[in-house]
Design a protein. Structure first.
Lengths: 266, 335
């Protein structure tokens, strides 16, 4: 009786999950890199928003005590990762439709790596997009008054927030069955959260009912924390609120995503 | 959520498949009512049935992509639910939708599947090169799969299923939609695998394909096994060829049917047409025509063809396959 040489060595579950996450993430990044329209969606659109708000609308928006470009950029960082996340949901539902997920489910691989590989690739994409947007911001006059430490702290917070949010987009991509539906369901949610937040204009300029919503949602928590870190002043409360939102989203969305992924094989 | 099997894996000599009373429903739609069959190690089993008969559901359950509602199945002795992780290390799945990544090259696809099949980075790379060569894809190896033809994609898909050298291979309609040349090329690959000892479960809608490749054929319809047997035994029951005779009107066809039945044939009439299943060979055709000569109206047309899946179902169950596809076909035929 011959034995089949399939196990190259015994790995712990964790080592296997990490190795498979790296493999799947590499595959997703290759896909992103080789689908130029996805990259363009992730970078060109926020650049256009920077130009639009800096030069076209910005003159009409007055935020007391701060240059509008410095107010704007933290909002742009949040908006970039929020809209970029829709690509996560779209890509994931495309994988489900294509049959690649069926193959993954029949491989002796880590189950969870299909999802962690997706969110790890998104983290890399978000870091690249945020770095590009920082460069664009500096080109149009944005400055971090607290120096590199404040700026890096704020960008780190954006990355943490975006990672938690990308599990929500994973859950969405698994819940719908085709890419168009993922796009259709993702855009309105992101649109409402971003534009009702303090990303572009102070909440105090909005009607009361919208202020109430805008003040109690995650995108506002993120931009408030970013601004505190970049502009200086008391930041601990804002940072904690943002981290709490991120932790909450991570737990809830990762749970939903895992459940939705399990349900596929039922 | 993670389950891995890291124990010993049986050799090819134990690579059989046992399926017992599998049932599966998607909501209210029953895909499998009760499916049972066995496949001996190192043989090819053809799972034959029309669209929607439950072939893909069966293969999905056996390859652990789907859980059954009822019943059980063992692959290489491992239960597909309780020992799913072990099953995954001994099976490969190639599907009709060619599940390869269009934005990766052929080599990258195979290396990825190899790594995810626990080959290790280096062995996965080596295995990818080996498979590309074996499947005639070396020249296209570093091109993105989105530039591949349908036949090339399908070959890559089968190659990917073989990355970890599984002793059991599931192929879900591997040649659906392929041109004849690509189809025969895939058949040849399959034959080589089987010669090497691989157990293959192949789903197909083509009787011809099951006949060419399978040691045993399991016919399913509407989620139930209708018949199990060797292709030879099946053809003995169905007939190797079907003669179709056309007549000027219903009366002429009916008269000819009477004459043929009297001569020991089993004609089936459909309006002005008759079909007669026979063992094959020109002698059978001469026999049919001679029986008609002088005793019945002359046929206006005579055709000889291989029996279709519909013929098989008609012969075995006395009715055409009960599936949405079958119903559509009959509707089109009637229109």
């Amino acid at each position: 009786m011959s034995t089949i040489p399939i196990t190259a060595g015994r790995q712990s579950r964790l080592a296997m999950a990490v190795a498979d996450t790296v493999s799947v993430a590499g595959r997703n990044l290759a896909n992103l890199w080789r689908t130029p329209q996805a990259l363009i969606f992730a970078t060109i659109q926020p650049v256009m928003f920077v130009l639009l708000f800096r030069y076209a609308f910005g003159g009409a928006i007055h935020v007391p005590g701060v240059a509008y470009v410095d107010y704007l950029m933290p909002g742009i960082f949040a908006q970039s990762v929020a809209f970029g996340g829709i690509g996560t949901a779209v890509g994931l539902s495309a994988d489900m439709a294509s049959g690649i997920f069926t193959r993954f489910r029949t491989l002796p691989m880590s189950r969870v790596a299909v999802l962690t590989g997706r969110t790890a690739a998104d983290l890399v994409r978000n870091l690249v997009v945020v770095a590009v947007m920082t460069g664009v911001g500096y080109a149009v006059g944005f400055r971090a008054h607290t120096g590199a430490a404040g700026l890096l702290g704020a960008l780190g917070l954006v990355a943490v927030f975006a990672y938690a949010a990308s599990w929500g987009f994973v859950a969405l991509g698994l819940a719908v069955s085709d890419p168009e539906a993922a796009q259709g369901a993702g855009v309105p949610v992101v649109f409402v959260l971003v534009f009702s937040s303090a990303a572009f204009v102070p909440l105090s300029t909005m009607p009361g009912w919208l202020q109430a919503f805008g003040a109690h949602q995650p995108v506002t928590a993120l931009v408030d924390a970013e601004r505190a870190l970049i502009a200086g002043g008391p930041a601990a409360g804002h940072v904690l609120a943002c981290l709490a939102w991120s932790a909450g989203m991570l737990v809830v969305f990762a749970g939903l995503a895992t459940r939705a992924y399990r349900r596929i094989s039922r | 959520m993670d389950e891995y099997y890291q124990g010993e894996v049986p050799g090819v000599s134990d690579a059989g498949i046992e399926v017992s009373g599998l049932a599966k429903a998607y909501g209210k739609v029953v895909a499998l009512e009760s499916v049972s069959f066995t496949v001996a190690a190192g043989t090819v089993c053809g799972l034959l049935g029309p669209n929607g008969s439950g072939k893909t559901t069966t293969v999905s359950i056996l390859s652990t992509a789907l859980r059954p509602d009822e019943g059980s199945a063992r692959v290489c002795g491992f239960d597909v639910v309780a020992d799913a992780a072990a099953v995954r290390s001994v099976v490969g799945l190639a599907g009709q939708f060619a599940a390869v990544d269009a934005n990766l090259s052929g080599r990258e696809n195979l290396a990825l599947i190899g790594r995810l099949s626990r080959l290790g980075r280096r062995s996965a790379r080596e295995r990818a090169g080996e498979l590309l060569e074996g499947f005639g894809l070396t020249e296209a190896a570093d091109r993105l799969v989105r530039t591949y033809s349908g036949g090339m994609r399908r070959r890559l898909d089968v190659a990917a299923a073989l990355a970890h050298r599984p002793p059991v291979l599931f192929m879900d309609e591997p040649t659906a939609g392929l041109d004849p040349e690509s189809r025969f090329a895939l058949w040849e690959i399959l034959r080589q695998l089987v010669a090497g000892g691989t157990t293959v479960l192949l789903t197909t809608q083509y009787l011809e394909e099951a006949d060419a490749l399978a040691d045993q054929v399991v016919i399913i319809d509407a989620g139930r096994v209708v018949e199990v047997g060797t292709p030879t035994a099946l053809k003995a029951r169905v007939g190797a060829v079907v003669f179709s005779l056309g007549f000027t009107d219903d009366d002429a066809a009916a008269q000819a049917a009477g004459v043929l039945a009297g001569a020991g044939h089993r004609p089936e009439r459909d309006g002005t047409a008759l079909r007669v299943r026979a063992a094959g060979g020109s002698a059978a055709l001469v026999g049919v025509l001679r029986a008609l000569e002088g005793s019945a109206p002359e046929p206006t047309s005579v055709g000889v063809r291989e029996p279709s899946l519909d013929d098989v179902f008609l012969a075995l169950t006395g009715k055409a396959p009960v599936t949405p596809a079958g119903r559509d076909e009959r509707k089109r035929g009637a229109a």
